[in-house]
Design a protein around this ligand. Structure first.
Ligand code: DQA
Length: 146
């Protein structure tokens, strides 16, 4: 029982990247927090990050064997039809997560191209979005009896 947690472009810079928007925790901090929280719920995690759109598509394809997928597609959230198409092939629950709340920001962030492939979105709570996303993923997995 593994949950894939996929992170898109520029999230490798977390902690130093616009901390007033994205917080001071690093991506490694979020990885550790997710691993611990998932383990307490009986799941392991596969935590990955890439700056490349194609690689993110491949990570989604590889995640099809997982129990659930959490994805922070970062900038590709708003642009990537290829990512949407990959996510549409995932039968397991898919949760879209964001650190910031895109709807309170520039209008080009208001549209999520990938949302139609996701069960739901959790945004605006910093790293807590990931933790809440894990809770949602586990609830959906349990409800499906997987
Ligand atoms: C983000 C929000 C996106 O609009 C932005 O491009 C990101 C990060 C977030 O986690 O708040 O890179 O996905």
């Amino acid at each position: 029982r593994t949950i894939a947690i996929l992170n898109g472009p520029n999230l490798n810079l977390l902690g130093t990247r616009q901390p007033e928007i994205y917080g001071s925790e690093s991506l490694d901090d979020i990885d550790r927090m997710c691993r611990k929280h998932a383990e307490s719920l009986g799941f392991s995690t596969r935590f990955q990050q890439t700056n490349s759109e194609g690689e993110l598509v491949s990570m989604v394809q590889d995640a099809r064997a997982c129990s659930a997928v959490l994805i922070n597609a970062a900038g590709y959230t708003h642009t990537s039809v290829a990512l949407l198409d990959a996510l549409l092939t995932v039968e397991a629950p898919v949760i879209e997560v964001h650190l910031s709340s895109p709807h309170t920001r520039e209008s080009f962030r208001h549209k999520s191209v990938i949302a139609p492939a996701c069960n739901g979105v959790i945004a605006g709570f910093g790293s807590l979005s990931y933790r809440l996303g894990l809770d949602a993923a586990v609830a959906l997995v349990d409800a499906n009896g997987v």
